[in-house]
Design a protein around this ligand. Structure first.
Ligand code: ZN
Ligand code: ZN
Length: 561
């Protein structure tokens, strides 16, 4: 990603007594959330998540926030606060801890438990955990933190208030205002109001659903729909949802119990997370409902329920494999019902519809957000955000968590309630809060950091461009041997192509022009092999573009012998 704000330069020095806020991810995309707060030379980080790649990023496993601008200052970090256990908030933490393993991790019980299992997978052992609860206060260096309960699509989510000498900051994290949540834990608007009374100098608010008018429906409103799906199904039911959506899984377990079905989990993260949620008491499994996948297979189809990962169409997930009929033990059959009880994260649409089509092709009935109310969002809609602004009455607002259109919609809501100063910042844009006023102070470099297999940050955007060209156009290799004594082409060009419809004899007509161009270049004194390779590239590139209307990758090799 080239920087969206070329007009900005490096940030000015932070004035004494000022608070600096630097988003390193999540402002401009839904994912890889990470924000750095700086006060009096010390740093506090809120969230450290991942972004999942899209179709134009082939081969990439994950995208991390770019913390290059604080890499030299990791010793100044007082703590990393994790607002909740979603991947877009905790997923990059192991990569940060590889650079400094003892950064204190602060979060709720469930959040740190989910993160803990991830850290163990990454073999990170000596980590420092501070479990906090709503209402609790804890101080790290110059940052006095206070936590506030918020309701979201995962239990135990927290907003965080940050007090420094520069004033009071309130960061909502991801939140909505379900007034009748399954666990009875509502967003603590009384705390929001109390903080508002004290005076919130800077309010960072979740923008994800700012474009959606009205209010996000209650989680309970989908219970009758799930019940109806169970009633209408005469064979197996497969439910796909986020592996962290404890309340959604709870609803499915309850429906299975009511309809005398049994349930097995499919997908590693589902098995792992639901075991954690159950152990900690966030998930209540009705008696006798949960069985092993092996035992489930022995039951008649009309008694089976599978709860699976892969609701975003992730290619390696259980649901994608089921849709391709190459899952180890789940074989989709005509008459099965598949329930996608999840949102469609922007960017995942194609992948999700591919999976839905795959399942439908085998004769499954697919119930999803597009044809039934089987999902409600985890984020506050416009109406809820308006309430928040009116309750908190902040001096300055910085919309976070969203694409630019979401943040702009959120900014408009803040202004509509009378907030005078709303700052729009994308990743890398530095915002300073000085004397109660927030303003853009410059930018730091902030690109995409790609994880590809075991490599972190080595694959660049230009590598991805190459992959796209290779994927769409294939490549042509040209090998020529030049006699270093005579300066003449002594063998070749030998030309090969892969991934396109060009074959060997097609190239006969371009061989002589390549030889002529090389002879001419050498006669003019260009003997450097890099220059000669560029000559070959130009000749064949022009030819293939003019005669075949193609732009494959060209790999010229000139050998001097
Ligand atoms: Zn979330
Ligand atoms: Zn999020």
């Amino acid at each position: 990603m080239s920087h969206p704000h070329p007009e900005l330069s490096a940030p000015v020095e932070l004035p004494k007594g000022g608070l600096r806020v630097t988003p390193l991810g999540g402002l401009g995309e839904v994912g890889r959330n990470m924000t750095v707060f700086e006060y009096d030379g010390r740093l506090l980080i809120v969230d450290c998540g991942v972004l999942f790649p899209e179709d134009h990023q082939p081969g990439i496993d994950l995208i991390l926030p770019d913390w290059a601008s604080i890499r030299d200052r990791l010793d100044d970090v007082e703590a990393l606060v994790l607002t909740h256990g979603h991947e877009d908030h905790i997923g990059a933490t192991p990569y940060l801890l590889r650079e400094r393993g003892n950064i204190p991790l602060v979060g709720s019980e469930l959040t740190l438990a989910l993160l803990g299992s991830k850290l163990r997978e990454h073999r990170l052992k000596e980590t420092v955990h501070h479990v906090v609860k709503e209402g609790e206060r804890i101080t790290f260096g110059p940052f006095e933190l206070e936590f506030v309960a918020v309701n979201h699509s995962i239990p135990d989510a927290l907003a965080v208030a940050i007090r420094t000498g520069a004033g009071l900051v309130l960061h909502t994290g991801d939140f909505k205002m379900d007034q009748l949540p399954l666990d009875g834990r509502i967003t603590d608007l009384r705390a929001f109001a109390r903080l508002g009374e004290e005076g919130v100098d800077l309010f960072l608010t979740d923008s994800t659903n700012a474009e959606t008018p009205g209010f996000t429906p209650a989680e309970k409103s989908i219970t009758p729909v799930i019940d109806q799906v169970f009633r209408d199904s005469s064979q197996r039911i497969i439910v796909a949802c986020f592996a962290s959506h404890v309340h959604r899984v709870q609803q499915v377990l309850d429906a299975a119990y009511a309809h005398e079905r049994q349930v097995a989990y499919v997908g590693r993260s589902m098995v792992r997370n639901m075991a954690i949620a159950r152990d900690l008491g966030y998930l209540k499994v009705p008696p006798g409902v949960l069985v092993d996948t092996k035992d489930l297979a022995d039951l008649p189809a009309e008694r089976q329920v599978l709860i699976s990962t892969g609701s975003q169409g992730e290619p390696m997930s259980a649901l994608s494999r089921i849709a391709q009929r190459n899952h180890n033990f789940v074989h989709i059959e005509e008459g099965d019902t598949v329930l996608l009880a999840s949102s469609l994260i922007p960017g995942n649409e194609n992948a999700v519809y591919r999976v839905i089509n795959g399942l439908a092709r085998w004769g499954a009935r697919v119930v999803h957000k597009g044809n039934a109310l089987v999902h409600v969002s985890g984020h506050a809609s416009a109406g809820e955000l308006l309430y928040c602004y009116n309750i908190v009455r902040p001096r300055n607002v910085l919309p976070v968590h969203g694409e630019i259109r979401h943040m702009l919609a959120n900014a408009a809501l803040a202004r509509a309630t009378g907030v005078e100063n709303v700052v729009i910042a994308e990743d890398g844009v530095v915002v300073d809060l000085v004397d109660g006023v927030a303003a853009v102070a410059g930018k730091v470099d902030c690109g995409y950091v790609f994880v590809d297999g075991s490599s972190v940050g080595d694959v660049t955007e230009s590598d991805l461009k190459d992959r796209l060209i290779l994927g769409e156009e294939g490549f042509i290799s040209v090998i020529v041997v030049v006699d270093s004594v005579s300066g003449k082409v002594s063998a070749g060009p030998e030309i090969h192509a892969r991934g396109n419809a060009l074959d060997g004899s097609t190239f006969d007509e371009v061989k002589q022009p390549i030889i002529d161009a090389l002879d001419k270049a050498i006669a003019e004194g260009n003997t450097d092999s890099y220059q000669l390779q560029q000559t070959v590239r130009r000749v064949i590139g022009r030819w293939v573009s003019n005669t075949h209307r193609r732009r494959p990758m060209i790999i010229p090799v000139v050998i001097e012998a």
